[in-house]
Design a protein around this ligand. Sequence first.
Ligand code: AMP
Length: 396
Amino acid sequence: MTQHILVINAGSSSIKYQLIDVATGVRQTSGLAERIGEGLGRVKHESDGREFEWQTEIADHTEAFAQMARGFADAGTPLDTLDLAAVGHRVVQGGSEFLTATLIDDHVAERILALSDLAPLHNPANYSAIVAARAAFADVPHVAVFDTSFHQTLPEAAYSYAIAPEVAAQYGVRRYGFHGISHQVVSQRAAELLGRPLTELKQIVLHLGNGASACAVDGGRSVDTSMGLTPLEGLVMGTRSGDIDPGALLHLMRAGLSVEALDRLLNKQSGLLGLGGSNDMRDIRAGVAAGDPAARLAFDIYVRRLKHYIGAYLALLGGVDTIVFTAGVGENHAPMREAVCSGLEWLGIEIDPVRNESPDRGARVVSSDASRVAILVVPTDEEAEIARQAAEVTAR
Ligand code: AMP
C-alpha cells in the first residue's frame, strides 16, 4: 500500500494541507480551511483534479481538521483508508534548540509554544494545529519541521548583532533567519539542475514571495541570511519594510507612535504596499507600465535592496557559482530578474533575455552561455521538503 505524509501549514486563521506520496514525493491532494474563528469559514479540497468547496463555521483548529477529514471522505478517500506514515508540521520558529526536524512529543509541543515570544504571530497557531492534529491522528508520528533550522549553521559573527552580549542573551536577540525549508530544498535542486555536488557550490538563493529573504549557501550550509530575529529584517517585501535604521523607530516612538502602531506600520503597511499601493508585484508592474511614479519607486527600491544583498554575499562567499530565484516574484517576474542582474556583467553575471522571458515553469537556467555565474529559476516546494524531512525522521 502507498504510504503518505500529511503536511500541515497552519496560520492563525487558516490551515493548508497536502497529502504527499512518500516514495515519489508526488502531491495527491491539497486543501485549505480558512477564516478559522472568524464567522463563516471556507474549505477547499482538491484531489486528482477534482475540486470540493464549501462554507461553514470553523470555530478552531480542531474543527478545521474535522472539515479536512470531510474533504477526504467526500473525495472518496477517507483518511482512515490512507496509510499515513507521519504528519509533518511546518513550524516557523525553532529558536536555538531545534537544529533539525524533530519528532513531536508533549515536551517538544510545549517548547514550540514557549518559543512564541520570538514569533507571536506564528508559533501559537503552529502549536494549536499540532495539538488538534495529534488528537485527530493519535496513532501516527508527528514531526515538526522548522523554518529556522537550516540557518543554525550560521557562524557566530553572522548571527550576532553588535549589541552587548548580556542584553542579547537575556532577551534571546540574535539572527535566526527564516524560509529555511525553502532555501534548503531550492539550493539542493539548484545543484541537481547544474549536475554538480551541493558541497562544492557557492550559492545566493533569493526567495522572493510575499515574504522575501536572501541566503548565502556555501557547500549546502547557510552562512548568512537577510531575515533576523524576526521575519521583518532584510529585503523589501509585500507588506514589510525590511531593513530600516533602528534609530528611525526610536524617532517614531518618541514622536508618539505606540508599539502596536509601529508593528502594524512595519509588518502590514510597508514594503510594496506602502510604497506602491499594492503588495502584489503584478500590480506594481502594471503601475510601472502605466507610468505611475510611486510604483516605479517601489520597484526601484526593491531591486536596489536585492543588489545590496547580492553584493554583500558575493563578498562574504568570496565569489559565487549560482544565483537562484524562487517563490512568487522570483519564479514569475522576468523584468525583476533582469533588473536585479543588470549591471553585474563585469562580475560574470549575465542574464539571457530570451531564456529569462521564456514561459517555462520548471527549474531552468536563465543566464547566457557566456555567463560565469549560472542564473537559475527554481520553483520552491516547501511541502515536498517537509514531507521528505518528516519521512527521514520517522524512518530513523
Ligand atoms: P508567494 O508568497 O511565494 O506565494 O508569492 C506571492 C507573490 O508573488 C504575490 O504577492 C506577487 O507579488 C508575486 N507574484 C505571483 N505571480 C506573479 C507574476 N506572474 N508576476 C509577478 N509577480 C507575481
